[in-house]
Unconditional design. Structure first.
Length: 67
């Protein structure tokens, strides 16, 4: 349920907003990887979640650009 709400929210955004969201997600992934490398990350499953969100955002950007 949570995932579908997130995807619906992404679909309502413009391509520029999606690109901003993509940049923010990539920065978050970088920070999570850095914390993991320095053994400061408690919730390692967050890395997987952010990677999937990045893929979702990229997929929606591709859909919108194909239209």
């Amino acid at each position: 349920m949570k995932r579908t709400k997130y995807v619906e929210d992404l679909r309502t955004k413009s391509v520029a907003e999606l690109n901003d969201e993509l940049v923010a997600a990539k920065k978050e992934l970088f920070n999570l990887r850095f914390q993991n490398a320095t053994n400061q990350l408690d919730n390692t499953s967050r890395i997987k979640e952010v990677r999937r969100n990045i893929a979702r955002i990229q997929g929606i950007i591709a859909e919108k650009s194909a239209e």
